[in-house]
Design a binder for this molecule. Structure first.
Ligand SMILES: NC(=O)c1ccc[n+]([C@@H]2O[C@H](COP(=O)([O-])OP(=O)(O)OC[C@H]3O[C@@H](n4cnc5c(N)ncnc54)[C@H](OP(=O)(O)O)[C@@H]3O)[C@@H](O)[C@H]2O)c1
Length: 338
């Protein structure tokens, strides 16, 4: 087995290859010969020591893989061996083989490549929870998707289109042409202009029904203000923490200090709702997320779920892959291949 290990907190140089014996699948597990592993922004935060959920180094991160089952543990149907699957991994995905509980393993649609398969689970499940499950987005509403050009952003666009809603997206200007092609109605360069003024202008001062915000800190206050009556704010990340020049945990501290407090009375009087999403804390709800996953896999067959892989890197070049994302060059997902 080959794995990429985070050996300590810091830059991409903290990622190293490690060789070891293949894992033996335990009871209820399937072992997957991995062809592709999805990279998520959380992996970068984990490498930098900014992701409290990640085990301390040395750690192999990675939440999602696509490949072929080559062995199963006790209690698992042997017919699974040889099938092409997508797996959700609770860390350990940056590897060419990994064992996963079968409840986190799904048949890969035959029309989907392994690269696209590895790009699907985290981005689409997160976006589904944000827009449909908790955001209750409706066709007549407008959603504002921040970081629209990232993996979760593109997934959210697909889902909002499926719902039939009007879509505003914020992203760096280089990503705008692709986002318009993908179905965003209005794109805003949030790094060069005040996006809130732009939303005001576009909505005649009314605001939008739903904002999905992975930036965190003071940004959440601004997103809350951009909601119209009955509007919902979905908070699901703290990307801004990585932009700070402060060292280690101080970066998170600064982001935390800028966060809003939502008092019930102003919430009530404003007719607004706020909610949080952390897919990494949904492992205890495997049945619920499996239902969402099935809807999304059906969406692949129906044509409205369209994972977009911007670039692939061989597993051994994971450091370059992280740098590529940190330089904001990706549109959609970056995937490791083995
Ligand atoms: N809570 C959850 O369950 C959950 C699940 C998945 C992801 N997330 C969070 O959602 C966010 C996006 O994740 P993703 O996997 O979609 O990311 P991604 O594909 O890597 O996209 C990241 C995009 O975010 C923008 N960005 C904003 N601040 C950035 C920064 N400081 N450094 C680099 N890029 C920055 C960039 O777009 P522009 O160039 O357009 O600014 C970049 O392309 C992250 O905060 C992640 O932690 C949360």
């Amino acid at each position: 087995m080959l794995q990429t290990v985070i050996v300590g907190h810091g830059g991409p140089e903290k990622l190293r290859m490690r060789e070891g014996a293949d894992p033996v699948p335990g009871p209820g597990e399937a072992r997957i010969r991995v062809r592709a592993s999805g990279i998520n922004f959380a992996d970068i935060l984990a490498r930098e020591g900014l992701y409290p959920d990640a085990p301390r180094p040395p750690v192999v991160v990675g939440y999602e893989v696509s490949g072929t089952v080559d062995a199963v543990g006790s209690g698992v149907d042997a017919a699974l061996v040889g099938t092409e699957v997508i797996g959700l991994t609770r860390f350990g995905g940056y590897a060419d083989v990994v064992s996963v509980p079968v409840r986190q393993v799904f048949a890969k649609p035959s029309g989907l490549s392994h690269e696209d398969g590895a790009a699907l689970p985290v981005a689409y499940l997160t976006a589904w929870q944000l827009l449909v499950v908790m955001g209750s987005l409706k066709a007549e509403e407008t959603v504002l998707i921040h970081n629209a050009g990232g993996g979760v952003g593109l997934a959210a666009i697909d889902i909002a289109r499926h719902v039939g809603a009007t879509i505003y997206g914020t992203a760096s200007s280089a990503k705008h042409p692709y986002l318009l092609e993908r179905g965003v109605h209005e794109v805003i360069d949030y790094r060069a202009t005040d996006w809130a003024k732009e939303v005001d202008r576009l909505t005649g001062g009314r605001g939008v029904a739903l904002v999905t915000d992975p930036l965190g800190g003071t940004h959440w206050k601004k997103s809350y203000r951009a909601l119209r009556s009955t509007g919902r704010l979905g908070m699901f990340g703290v990307s801004t923490a990585t932009s700070s020049r402060l060292a280690g945990p101080l970066r998170l501290g600064r982001t935390a200090v800028g966060m809003p407090f939502f008092h019930p009375v102003p919430l009530m009087n404003a007719n607004k709702a706020v909610f949080g999403v952390n897919l990494g804390h949904m492992w205890g709800e495997a049945e619920m997320t499996a239902g969402w996953m099935q809807t999304l896999l059906d969406g692949v067959e129906e044509g409205w779920v369209r994972p977009h892989v911007d670039r692939t890197f061989p597993l051994a070049e994971v450091a370059a892959a992280h740098t590529y994302i940190e330089e904001r060059r990706n549109i959609g997902k970056v995937v490791l291949t083995s």
